[in-house]
Design a protein around this ligand. Structure first.
Ligand code: 3NM
Length: 507
């Protein structure tokens, strides 16, 4: 399946007739997603085709925002029109084989089953998941077949060979969810993958609250890993592998950076195993881009904006990641105009700045004195929203460095708590992060978000290694030891695993 691995644990099936009088359909769906719904099925039994498509587009916007797949009930044409992730068909809808022929193997197809025979046929026919029901009586749908009860669900689960993902539906609510999940588990350990719910969510006064409670019951009953912890573990493991990749690939990283930090940036690049080139000559942009791993653009001592814009364009044309550090981005009218040009004219890969810069670009506060950020970040949710909103708006990875670093790809936000306070006592530590982001994105082109997180981890862990040295007594010795720290991390990437302090922020 082309779509990433599906989390079926809390499966919302919509019904617009159940929305409470003071709420809206899209509002209920959005609140349910905020509460942790992991997959959404749009089920419209009465809508005309045009209205169904319009609604499906609106729901898809929401599901995309939350990184959750959208399934369309019954109507393949609507699913195709909005490029939904899949369809769900009942026993009386389009046959599975026909649906598969039309949609191909990159889309999810779910099938409703009420008997062991129907389950077998669906599995043999290549269904991606089963909706087993109805478990109990429900007023949401006129049932034409017997209800299964927990034992009936268990019988179907026990008959599956091979077993595929399953959700149970019909009369499921918070109060009976634990009993259903644990009671239907077979002796050989086959369990439901999740619960499909209509009225208990769509008619809820507070769908977010009910979904949060359902999520925690489901995760506990199925012993599922905490999704936030899964994201963190993945990011940290990725960081180790990404560090190795920089050493193996040894990418050339072209910098147009400022003359305050140029030497440190070049040495940091070398320390992680990449090759720096610091040319500011317009005439060689094209030749360099042909062999570049990445382009790092740093606005620090900006004198010729046009060469930076040209460098971005040339490298993007060659498929190279382009990393912008909008140094002092909010400090002067000239720099604000320059940042606007970058954001509007170039499809950046990574935008990385300090809190003064990123918050001011996001319109969420942010104060600078020259190139330094002053004041706080307005609290964690302000910081997390700033990176997430900018990542969505400009379709790039956004990183904001500070005592805690925040990184988003528009879907998730990770916070990195590593880093020694001495980083703020030397000039150019933020610029060094940008250089290393260039090195890591160059060597890890399949995942720029995690490559950026990995680069920040490398520098912040290096800073901790540096201050632990007895010979480091202040900013001067720290500056040299920081480069050593980067070298140490590159030689032993498992240092990142041992030291990483990363959190996933739900926002
Ligand atoms: N399909 P509620 S039962 C849409 O048995 C649907 O296949 C069913 O609604 C099946 O969660 C059902 O409000 C309705 O009880 C479930």
């Amino acid at each position: 399946m082309a779509y990433k691995q599906i989390d079926y644990s809390l499966y919302l099936v919509t019904d617009n007739t159940l929305v409470p009088p003071n709420a809206t359909f899209l509002g209920q769906v959005e609140k349910a997603l905020e509460g942790g719904v992991t997959i959404v099925q749009l089920r419209e039994k009465e809508a005309d085709t045009g209205d169904f498509i319009t609604l499906a587009r609106q729901v898809k916007q929401l599901t995309e925002q939350f990184g959750v797949p959208l399934i369309i009930n019954d109507r393949l044409d609507v699913a195709q029109a909005v490029d939904a992730e899949g369809v769900h068909v009942g026993q009386d809808d389009m046959p599975l084989a026909t649906a598969r022929q039309i949609l191909g193997h990159t889309k999810i197809i779910g099938v409703s089953v009420n008997t062991i025979e129907e389950a077998r046929a669906a599995i043999e026919g290549g269904a991606d998941y089963l909706g087993i029901g109805a478990v109990w009586d429900t007023s949401t749908k006129k049932l034409t077949k017997k209800t299964l009860g927990i034992d009936g669900v268990k019988d179907i689960l026990g008959s599956m060979s091979p077993s595929i993902p399953t959700v149970a539906i019909g009369g499921v609510k918070l109060e009976n969810s634990k009993e259903l999940l644990t009671g239907s588990k077979t002796e050989s350990g086959v369990a439901l993958s999740g619960l499909a719910i209509v009225s208990a969510i769509m008619a809820a006064a507070d769908p977010t609250d009910i979904c949060k409670k359902l999520c925690s019951v489901i995760r506990e009953s199925l012993a599922l890993p905490d999704p936030a912890q899964t994201k963190v573990n993945y990011a940290v493991q990725f960081a180790r592998e990404a560090t190795k990749a920089v050493g193996i690939v040894g990418p050339m990283v072209h910098h147009i950076t400022n003359y305050v930090v140029i030497n440190d940036n070049a040495n940091a690049t070398l320390a992680v195993g990449a090759s720096p080139i610091m040319s500011t000559n317009k005439q060689e942009l094209e030749d360099l881009a042909a062999v570049n791993g990445a382009m790092v653009l740093n606005m620090g001592t900006l004198s010729d904006p046009d060469i930076m814009i040209a460098a971005a364009h040339v490298n993007l044309r060659h498929g190279n990641p382009v990393v912008l550090d909008p140094v002092g981005g909010g400090a002067t009218a000239f720099r604000r105009r320059m940042v606007a040009r970058f954001l509007n004219e170039c499809q950046l890969t990574v935008l990385k700045g300090n809190s003064g810069e990123i918050l001011s670009i996001a319109g969420r506060g942010g104060r600078s004195r020259g190139v330094d950020s002053v004041g706080d970040n307005g609290g964690e949710s302000n910081a997390a929203l700033a990176v997430k909103e900018l990542a969505i708006k400009y379709k790039c990875v956004v990183a904001m460095t500070g005592p805690i670093d925040y990184v988003s790809d528009g879907e998730q936000v990770l916070a990195i708590e590593n880093g020694d306070p001495l980083l703020a006592a030397i000039t150019g530590s933020g610029c060094m992060v940008t250089s290393i982001v260039g090195c890591y994105t160059a060597a890890n082109r399949h995942d720029y978000f995690h490559a950026t997180v990995a680069a920040i981890l490398a520098v912040t862990v290096a800073s901790e290694l540096a201050t632990e040295r007895p010979d480091v007594r202040g900013p001067g010795t720290f500056r040299a030891a920081l480069i050593d720290g980067l070298y140490q991390v590159a030689q032993d990437p498992s240092l990142i695993i041992k030291r990483a302090r990363v959190r996933s922020i739900a926002i």
